[in-house]
Design a binder for this molecule. Structure first.
Ligand SMILES: Nc1ncnc2c1ncn2[C@@H]1O[C@H](COP(=O)(O)OP(=O)(O)OP(=O)(O)O)[C@@H](O)[C@H]1O
Ligand SMILES: [Mg+2]
Length: 370
């Protein structure tokens, strides 16, 4: 009769392609029960947006299928997002597992569009997601979500995020709209507002908080990098050389501040001709890939140009919701999966480092003297 050891041995032949580790040592097998040849367990993926969920499930079925003496096999698949930021030193945002800053060197490359569609793609995959519009001078998320008249409540001195399409949303636009004032504050005040949005908001159990940053390397990106531990930065660029060149500056700043770079997404990469269906690289080709090679950071996707994105943004209708089968929506979902995978990779690395630190720490069992 098959024993638990044989089951675990078979399961440990299954490797998570992103984490490059076997699923048993990663703790992805839960509630394993084996009774009289009937096997039952839960496969717990590290994110509901796992790019390899189908492959991993297939590999598990194949591995278990080799145990010929098993009578029955029942697998439940769930996901629990890993904590990708260290809460050891700072627990002020303990309900948020991952914080992803979306940055670029140059304005207008599509940070807000990518942030919003990425947040929606992760949420549609089953994750709990927040979206913080950190562009305090020029908030665009309320318009893009059709939430111009929304507002945030304050409860027990904490901001309550507004809700839209399952997302928890915070934007200065909600306040600016109420007061009909443009933000004309100086750096320290702007930094203070962002800190409040981060720390004094009632984020309720988020797997991912996406922070849409203004362009460049000014006070707001700097404040994000220095206020709380974040998982990493997603760099958005377009194929033009000028956008790629300034993206390099933004990457340099975050690297100097020891903030991990999750990778780069290229927006407006190509245009799909509606008549011949061919891809046209109008603005040149390979800009973001070059950055990814130069800095050894992952290339996480390319989003095609689509006039529907712009029209939908102005009407508060994100393409991933209004046209989920369009090539742009498909590209957003694929990039979102790659980004979620990078968060899991960084989380696993962080856990490994913490484990080896605690193993190397000398045991404090020396006798106490008074
Ligand atoms: N893939 C795309 N295809 C077509 N239009 C796009 C695409 N991505 C973004 N846009 C449009 O380009 C404009 C700029 O996009 P967006 O506001 O997202 O950029 P941004 O980087 O956030 O700008 P800013 O630096 O001002 O914050 C918007 O009108 C948006 O609808
Ligand atoms: Mg923007």
């Amino acid at each position: 009769m098959v024993g638990i050891d044989q089951v675990l041995e078979k399961l440990s032949t299954v490797i998570d392609p992103d984490l490059k580790k076997d699923i048993v040592s990663m703790g992805m097998i839960k509630d394993l029960e084996l009774n009289d040849g009937n096997l039952k367990f839960t496969l717990e993926l590290t994110t509901p947006a796992c790019p390899f969920n189908v492959e991993i499930e297939d590999d598990v079925r194949k591995a278990i299928g080799e145990l010929k003496e098993l009578k029955n096999f029942d697998m439940k698949v769930t996901a629990k997002v890993m904590e990708g930021r260290s809460l050891e030193a700072d627990t002020s945002m303990a309900t948020v597992k991952n914080i992803i800053g979306v940055a670029s060197g140059k304005g207008g490359v599509g940070k807000s569009t990518v942030s919003l569609n990425l947040a929606l793609a992760l949420s549609q995959a089953g994750a709990k997601v927040g979206l913080l519009d950190a562009d305090i001078y020029g908030p665009s998320i309320p318009l893009m979500l059709g939430m111009k008249s929304a507002y945030m409540d304050v409860e027990n001195n904490k901001l309550q995020p507004a809700k839209s399409h399952g997302l928890q949303v915070v934007s200065f636009g909600f306040f600016a709209e109420q007061s009909h004032q443009a933000a004309i504050y100086r750096g320290p005040i702007i930094s203070g507002i962002l800190k409040q949005f981060l720390v004094d908001t009632n984020w309720s159990d988020l797997d991912y908080l996406i922070v849409d940053l203004p362009p460049g390397t000014g006070d707001i990106p700097l404040t994000l990098a220095q206020t709380i531990p974040i998982t990493g930065i997603l760099v958005v660029t377009t194929p033009q050389d000028v956008a790629s060149n300034v993206a390099v500056k933004a990457i340099g700043m975050f690297e100097k501040l020891n903030v991990p770079i999750l990778g780069v997404v290229e927006n407006m990469s190509y245009f799909i001709c509606p008549t011949c269906n061919e891809k046209h690289y109008i603005f040149g080709e390979g800009g973001a890939r070059k950055i990814s090679e130069q800095f050894k950071i992952p290339f996480l996707g390319e989003i095609p140009l689509n006039s529907g994105i712009m029209a939908g943004s102005d009407l508060g209708k994100p393409i991933i919701i209004t046209n989920p089968d369009s090539p742009s929506a498909i590209a957003f979902r694929s990039s979102a999966k790659n980004i979620a995978a990078q968060c899991s990779i960084l989380a696993a690395k962080m856990q490994e480092e913490m484990k080896s630190e605690s193993e190397n720490k000398p045991a404090d069992d020396s006798p106490q003297t008074n």
